[in-house]
Design a protein around this ligand. Structure first.
Ligand SMILES: [Fe+2]
Ligand SMILES: [Fe+2]
Length: 282
């Protein structure tokens, strides 16, 4: 199957993506400081100047996830209650949601479905990290949240060449193989380039680049964890579409998670899915 796009043109789109807004960049820096050096006042000030983020912070803190009894009405209090990690998650999630608000219809995903997949994978990664590598909990969440961001740039091409793309999948190619075959690059490599362009951690970019590469000796632990989290998250979607469901067995073995462990995690994920899905929508 001959390529239908010039790979250099595809990659050049990374540079034409709008950079991360200044407030987002500032918040990512402020929330990555150790808690004892955190400046809640400054974080609240930045959020207060961004009406969409301020509204979101109040929505999150008053959502059933927090179980606050009295409605929180000011951003400073919301920031104190949510803590640095959750603020960071909210900011990253909001950024991803705004960039994909038109949906990824080439891939057959509405904005809500894509957000749900990203957030569920992030939650799965965080839950797995709590159990298997607690020190990497925050990185795991970010990785899960951003792992498929490369699809954002490939979506218009998939839409334009929908027939060819579908034929490649019908012929037995995986999504990533079809992307490489037709566009010269897959969403993993492209996602890594987006993270680099936004000056997000290099490790996370490298892990995203590997997220559909089979597990082998030397695969970074967080990639293994992401593969388990990603495949777990796919199960309810696949079931809804009547597709066969599988988890990445090699990744599960490498992580040391049993079938029972997976079931427990899946039940936990299902419980948080409903609340999480509504967190970025009106
Ligand atoms: Fe992916
Ligand atoms: Fe994914």
């Amino acid at each position: 199957m001959p390529p239908v796009a010039n790979v250099d043109d595809v990659i050049a789109q990374v540079d034409s993506l709008p950079p991360l807004p200044a407030a987002t960049q500032r918040l990512l820096v402020l929330t990555s400081l150790p808690p004892d050096r955190a400046d809640v006042g400054e974080i609240s000030k930045v959020i207060t100047h961004e009406p969409a983020l301020a509204a979101l912070a109040l929505k999150w803190v008053n959502s059933p996830l927090y179980g606050v009894r009295v409605e929180v009405r000011n951003v400073h209090q919301a920031v104190s209650l949510m803590g640095l990690r959750v603020i960071r998650q909210m900011v990253l999630g909001f950024e991803l949601h705004s960039r994909t608000s038109q949906g990824l219809f080439g891939y057959g995903m509405s904005a809500a479905v894509f957000s749900e997949h990203s957030l569920s994978t992030a939650t799965a990664c965080q839950l797995l990290a709590e159990r298997y590598m607690p020190a990497l909990k925050d990185e795991a969440f970010t990785l899960g949240m951003l792992h498929d961001i490369g699809m954002l740039l490939l979506d218009p091409l998939v839409k334009e060449h929908r027939e060819l793309f579908a034929a490649a999948l019908r012929g037995g190619m995986t999504q990533e193989q079809a992307e490489r075959e037709l566009f010269g690059i897959d969403h993993c490599a492209l996602g890594a380039r987006i993270l680099q362009a936004w000056n997000l951690p290099e490790d996370t970019a490298e892990q995203i680049a590997l997220h559909h590469t089979p597990v082998e000796e030397g695969t970074p632990p967080l990639v293994v964890l992401l593969k388990v989290g990603d495949s777990l998250t796919e199960i309810p979607f696949a079931e809804r579409l009547g597709h066969p469901t599988t988890v990445d067995e090699a990744a599960c073995r490498a992580l040391g998670i049993s079938t029972d462990g997976l079931k427990g995690l899946q039940a936990h994920l299902e419980a948080s899915r409903e609340g999480a899905a509504s967190l970025f929508t009106g």
